[in-house]
Design a protein around this ligand. Structure first.
Ligand SMILES: Nc1ncnc2c1ncn2[C@@H]1O[C@H](COP(=O)(O)OP(=O)(O)OP(=O)(O)O)[C@@H](O)[C@H]1O
Ligand SMILES: [Mg+2]
Length: 469
């Protein structure tokens, strides 16, 4: 799979300045479009849909601050970084106030430049991006519960779309927590059976005899305690879909009976003589490697081949890391709203660690982590130190001493600064949008008025300045 290269647009009238910026950005990894006028920048932004706009603060054509405003308006989802020859606090504040996500100067070290760029790009995986991905998945596939921007998952969605309308048996394979259950529901919802029952049975949760009676039902007196006749799940799902979850957990006996139903679309109730005919579509899922189970004699090969007509493999989260920031944003916002808490702001260092982790429990684990982070860091920053130790590689030196040694890099102190700038810029932007109205700004940002006041105070933001601007 080809990495999609980032496209940047740089607006500057000065050739030497452009060359320096290019060198600072290590532009070989990126496509950098140079433009010399605001009109060209506007056109390029529309044409190339860049992931970042860089603006030379000393352009003369229009006041730079005005250019920031115009570009932000044209491309509200594209982050803009203001660039100046020398650091200037006053200029930085002005730029951020007008909607730049960050401010860097040529005299700052490359690490600071990297940071500004990653920060700005991260800003792009914000709520707006989540919304965009959601809409795309919904428009293209009609799935409302699944979110992805991974080409491999979108490929899976394509497969689902084509198999959903048929009656083919689908076998969904994937590690725990990769979304197998969501996928089966999506298949049912997109099938002609969508108005008929969807019945899921967790095959791992029953003993052999109970599972048989669950699936096939039983006749009165067929075993001790079978006081009446009981309809099984196959009958209940008639006309609809039966989802056999954790199929790898079934016994060889149950497998024989399942194979017969699949072949004949008919079965007998436990203790019964008559054949019951049914029309059921079977979906099955497992996190067990069925091929291996077959060679170990734990899974019948005939059933395996019968089920393996249309296997769908869900990639683990670590093989589609681009989904991590997207899903995190989605879960954090969702959970924060549910608990009436303010979402935490994830620091870049924490995000990098989260991205590197191998996520054995996949999306389910990520969601659970997000829940924890919302609770422990509500309205605050989530730093690397708040992550569990198996994620950070932090190791206890002496279990009883309470001291921890960090194996990774130390926190770079300018990260702190970058984050504050971003946060400040965010509040300035929202304040401007609502003309300095506290109530509306707080509501939009999803925080209390009191928290907003505290933030404004610490960032030196004055509501007056945004009135009528
Ligand atoms: N792409 C996705 N977008 C949003 N939520 C997701 C996505 N994938 C999984 N989830 C969520 O992750 C959790 C686990 O998903 P699911 O139950 O479908 O996993 P599973 O593969 O069936 O796991 P197991 O093998 O353990 O049963 C659920 O809360 C589900 O809503
Ligand atoms: Mg499941």
């Amino acid at each position: 799979m080809n990495e999609v290269r980032d496209v940047f647009v740089l607006l500057s009238e000065d050739d030497r300045f452009r060359q320096t910026v290019k060198a600072r950005l290590k532009a070989q990894d990126r496509e950098l479009f140079h433009v010399g006028t605001l009109a060209e920048a506007m056109a390029e932004v529309r044409r190339a849909e860049p992931s970042l706009i860089l603006l030379d603060m000393k352009i003369s054509e229009v006041p730079a601050l005005r250019a920031i405003g115009a570009l932000r308006e044209r491309a509200p989802r594209t982050p803009l970084v203001a660039v100046a020859e020398n650091s200037s606090v006053k200029l930085a504040i002005e730029a951020l106030r007008h909607g730049a996500v960050d401010f860097v100067s040529l005299d700052e070290p490359p690490s600071r430049w990297n940071e500004a760029v990653s920060r700005a790009l991260q800003e792009a995986t914000s709520s707006a991006r989540v919304e965009q991905a959601r809409e795309q998945v919904k428009d293209r596939y009609g799935f409302t519960h699944m979110l992805t921007q991974s080409p491999r998952m979108l490929d899976v969605f394509d497969q689902i779309r084509s198999v959903a309308q048929t009656d083919a048996t689908v076998l969904i394979l994937g590690e725990t927590g990769t979304g197998k259950e969501l996928i089966t529901r999506a298949i049912h919802e997109r099938s002609r059976r969508k108005d008929k029952p969807f019945i899921a049975v967790n095959c791992g949760a029953f003993t052999e005899s109970l599972l048989e009676s669950e699936l096939f039902g039983h006749e009165r007196g067929s075993f001790t305690g079978a006081v009446g006749r009981r309809e099984g799940l196959f009958e209940m799902a008639d006309g609809g879909t039966l989802f056999l979850d954790e199929l790898g957990e079934t016994s060889l006996n149950v497998q024989v009976n399942l194979l017969r139903v699949l072949e004949e679309m008919a079965f007998r109730r436990v203790g019964g003589r008559d054949q019951v005919r049914i029309d059921v579509r079977i979906l099955a899922a497992t996190n067990v490697h069925l091929g291996e189970a077959v060679s170990e004699g734990k899974f019948r090969s005939d059933l395996y081949y019968r089920l393996n007509v249309f296997p769908i493999r869900l990639p683990p989260l670590r093989e589609r890391r681009e989904d991590i920031p997207l899903l995190m944003r989605h879960f954090i916002d969702e959970i924060a709203e549910e608990y009436h808490l303010e979402p935490p702001v994830v620091s870049m260092d924490a995000m990098n660690t989260i991205l590197e982790y191998h996520w054995p429990g996949n999306v389910r684990q990520l969601r659970a982590m997000c829940e924890r982070w919302v609770i422990i860091r509500s309205g605050q920053r989530l730093e690397r130190e708040h992550l569990p130790s198996d994620m950070t590689g932090i190791r206890t030196v002496e279990p009883s001493s309470g001291f921890y040694v960090e194996e990774g890099r130390p926190l770079v102190d300018s990260v702190e600064r970058a984050i504050q700038q971003v946060e400040r810029a965010y509040f300035a932007r929202v304040l401007r949008r609502f003309g300095g109205q506290i109530e509306k700004t707080a509501e939009h940002a999803g925080i209390s008025r009191r928290t907003l006041y505290t933030k404004m105070k610490s960032y030196g933001l004055d509501a007056e300045e945004f009135r009528g601007s």
